[in-house]
Design a binder for this molecule. Structure first.
Ligand code: SF4
Length: 295
């Protein structure tokens, strides 16, 4: 389902994206304009996020069976994500723990995608965990600043996951909206799958996604408690862990407003006057964005 209204250019089209990233929707809460400026530069990734990504990769390697072949095309990459999701979800049911699961869904008619950090089975329920890395030298101040953004990100994952569990968003929705049946993986990648022993019947984009969706549906009921952890970037020690109670109504009203930007109903908003202090931490301040710049 791809939403487009006559006479309006959606932000997805302008930013040349195939789906709305979950982290972008959450970052709109901090500053929509900043999120857009990062996206216009290629992709949304702050220096802190780059350092965080390195730590996430280390944590992921400890628990994940990685597909050792490098994808060449976008369909190859989709396959790799789906295969790794599938094997991680099987491990989750066995071991009660897995990391880096790619989630797909639809919000207000838009394709949405993101990668949640961790899933755990706790007391018979499926619990979503999000890790944020921080520089411990800045301590709890650093934790507090973006906490609302981090909470929203967790809640969006829960929303997408609930939709898959309830059948609101299905394997068929995913296949159709992404045109999976019209895609082909590169010959080299498929040859690589063969060489590492992936069975013939698993070497198909549709089949691997079907299995992935089936595994997601088999998981125990989702907990309404979401876990948010702040981790020291250098030592990977957990500094703070908090439980967030999921409230669907609050999230829904946030999403209605946030998606108006993606549909092209309105332009990206800068921060409000009460949040001008955020501009001092923004790399675009006084350059690409002069909204609050006093020359
Ligand atoms: S300078 Fe301020 S308003 Fe402009 S993008 Fe950065 S945070 Fe947003």
């Amino acid at each position: 389902m791809f939403f487009m209204q006559t006479g309006k250019v959606s932000a997805l089209t302008r930013l040349k994206k195939v789906s709305v990233p979950v982290k972008d929707i959450a970052s709109q809460l901090w500053c929509e304009k900043q999120m857009e400026l990062y996206e216009m530069g290629g992709f949304y990734s702050t220096p802190a996020m780059t350092k965080g990504a390195a730590m996430h990769a280390i944590m992921q390697e400890k628990v994940m069976e990685k597909l050792t072949i490098e994808p060449i095309t976008y369909p190859d990459r989709l396959y790799k994500w789906a295969y790794e999701n599938y094997t991680s979800l099987i491990n989750l049911r066995k071991n009660g723990y897995c990391r880096e699961i790619r989630m797909y869904g639809s919000i207000n008619g838009f394709r949405v995608a993101g990668q949640l950090d961790e899933i755990r089975i706790i007391d018979g329920k499926t619990v979503i965990v999000e890790d944020k890395t921080i520089n411990s030298k800045n301590g709890t101040n650093n934790v507090g600043l973006r906490i609302d953004v981090d909470k929203i990100q967790l809640e969006i994952y829960k929303h997408l996951f609930d939709d898959i569990k309830s059948g609101e968003y299905t394997y068929e929705n995913f296949i159709n909206s992404n045109g999976i049946l019209q895609m082909s993986m590169s010959t080299e990648f498929v040859k690589g799958l063969d060489q590492i022993g992936i069975k013939n019947e698993l070497r198909r984009l549709d089949i691997i996604h079907k299995l992935m969706f089936e595994e997601l549906k088999k998981l125990p009921e989702l907990s309404n408690i979401l876990k948010l952890r702040y981790i020291d970037r250098q030592t990977t020690q957990i500094l703070t862990e908090m439980d967030i109670v999921y409230k669907r109504e609050t999230l829904d009203s946030y999403l209605v407003e946030a998606m108006k930007y993606w549909s092209g109903d309105r332009e990206a908003r800068p921060v409000s006057e009460e949040n001008v202090w955020r501009c001092k931490m923004c790399k675009f301040f006084g350059k690409e964005c002069k909204t609050w710049w006093k020359e």
